[in-house]
Design a protein. Structure first.
Length: 134
């Protein structure tokens, strides 16, 4: 698979993740409305959680492409370091977003955490939509 096809496939997977997060967000909002708990904190918390999950996937893809380029150019050790730093940076960014959102009191922590917890499930669902012919 050439680089153009790989990038197209990554964008397709990113779109699947984004749509999945939007569906999860809608379900969170519906559940909160049915429970009579829908307010601004739930709305903001869900949006922050879903946005963080999509941002995490995007940054992961950017890190993988950077590491692959380094490995193709004959420096696999640097590619591995890029992946490690990318992972640590993404986790630190997610932790900072969650702590700031939770501690500020502006976001509902549960509504913020659910999209992040469902992210892995969305990745597995995305595998069903992955093209096997490419």
């Amino acid at each position: 698979m050439n680089k153009q096809n790989e990038k197209r496939q990554t964008l397709r997977e990113l779109a699947i993740i984004a749509v999945g997060e939007l569906v999860c967000l809608g379900l969170i909002y519906c559940a909160a409305a049915l429970l009579g708990k829908l307010d601004g904190k739930v709305l903001l918390g869900g949006a922050v959680g879903a946005g963080t999950a999509v941002l995490n996937y995007f940054l992961m893809a950017v890190g993988v492409y950077a590491a692959a380029d380094r490995a193709e150019n004959g420096d696999p050790a640097r590619g591995k370091r890029i992946l490690t730093l990318s992972m640590l940076g993404r986790y630190a960014l997610m932790a900072a977003i969650l702590v700031i959102g939770g501690k500020s009191g502006a976001c509902n922590v549960i509504a913020m955490a659910i999209p992040l917890l469902l992210f892995r499930v969305l990745l597995y669902i995305g595998e069903f939509f992955r093209r096997k012919d490419g």
